[in-house]
Design a protein around this ligand. Structure first.
Ligand SMILES: [Zn+2]
Length: 249
């Protein structure tokens, strides 16, 4: 295989590794932003439950005070009732006492409702406090992991780029220019292996004579359909001639 073709294959493997690292480096901060957003949402839900609980307790306390006021009124009315001179006045006191008792029942019903609401709220708040503690720890852990991962990615990216520079320096300028031109037009894939007479990227069947020419790997030939550089790996030599493991993998 001529060096330019071998280098183009190597370059493509490096470029794919570099692109993968760049994607990961770009995606990691988005992942952190997402888990922080979720944590924030859970914190706000907890705050809302806490403030609902404190509103509930305030209302209960106020209602208990209201009950006391009504009870004091009743005992005062009872004191006045015994002094009543006529049945009419007596009944009027009775009515007023009944009214106060009705009020007390209304307040007490509401207090019971509030108690059952507060049980659910307290349970939510306690549960959220526990799970938020774990979630905060998890977010911190993921942030640390992400920082480490990003640092490693950047190191590998720098190594890949240095390796790429060395490969480009060894390539003829014309072959490298062709490689870059095809890569930018063809979704980042400039080189295609031919297997059983087919371009493995666009799946076009090569003309028999053209396939024979490609098999020799003695010049850079381009797929007549997708325009990519073609190479052929003889079955027996597959292991030896296939693009070696990239430094990025
Ligand atoms: Zn093709």
């Amino acid at each position: 295989m001529i060096p330019d073709l071998r280098l183009a294959i190597h370059l493509q493997s490096l470029d794919q590794g570099i692109a993968e690292l760049e994607r990961e480096i770009a995606a990691l901060p988005k992942h952190i932003a997402e888990i922080e957003r979720q944590l924030d949402q859970h914190l706000r839900r907890l705050e809302a439950d806490r403030s609902a609980l404190s509103g509930n307790q305030k209302e209960s306390k106020k209602l208990e005070g209201d009950v006391q006021v009504e009870e004091q009124k009743i005992s005062k009315l009872r004191g006045q009732m015994v002094q009543a001179k006529t049945n009419e006045v007596y009944r009027a006191f009775q009515h007023e006492i009944e009214f106060c008792e009705k009020e007390i029942r209304k307040f007490e019903d509401r207090i019971l409702d509030l108690m059952s609401e507060s049980e659910a709220l307290e349970k939510n708040v306690r549960g959220a406090e526990v799970s938020l503690k774990a979630e905060k720890k998890q977010v911190e852990r993921e942030k640390t992991d992400t920082r480490d991962r990003t640092a490693l990615d950047r190191k590998q990216l720098a190594e890949g780029q240095a390796e790429r520079d060395r490969a480009v320096a060894r390539m003829s300028p014309a072959a490298y220019a062709a490689y870059e031109r095809i890569r930018s037009k063809r979704g980042g894939v400039a080189v295609a292996e031919v297997v059983e007479g087919l371009c493995t990227v666009c799946h076009m069947v090569l003309r028999p004579q053209f396939f024979q020419d490609v098999r020799r790997n003695e010049e850079i030939l381009y797929c007549e359909s997708c325009g990519r550089m073609l190479y052929y790996v003889p079955p027996a030599a597959a292991e030896e001639a296939a693009p070696g493991p990239s430094v990025l993998s």
